[in-house]
Design a protein around this ligand. Sequence first.
Ligand SMILES: [Zn+2]
Length: 97
Amino acid sequence: MFTVHGNIRSYLHRFKIIDTPTCPCGTKNQTLDHLLFECELLNKERDSLKSSVLKKDIWPLSKNRLIREHFKIFAKFTNEISFDKLNDVLNPSYQVD
Ligand SMILES: [Zn+2]
C-alpha cells in the first residue's frame, strides 16, 4: 500500500542504498513528513492535497490522521509526486521534463 516508502530518500538511506538522506531541495532529510509539509519541490502537489483536505478538515493535520481519514487524497498526492524529479541527484544523467 505505501509503496511510496521505497522511493523516499531516508528509507533508501536506512537500507544503505544511498549515502545521504538529504532531499534534493536542500538540507532537510527526505522523510514523508518533509515531503508532505515542507518540500518546496512539491509545492504544486501539496496545494492540491491541501485544498482537498480543507474541504473536509483542517490543515496542517498529522500524517497519521491524513492517512487514516483521507487516504484517497493521500494516495492521489503520492501518485502525483514525480520521483524522477526527486531522484535527479541520485541519477543525474537521467532527466525527465
Ligand atoms: Zn525536499
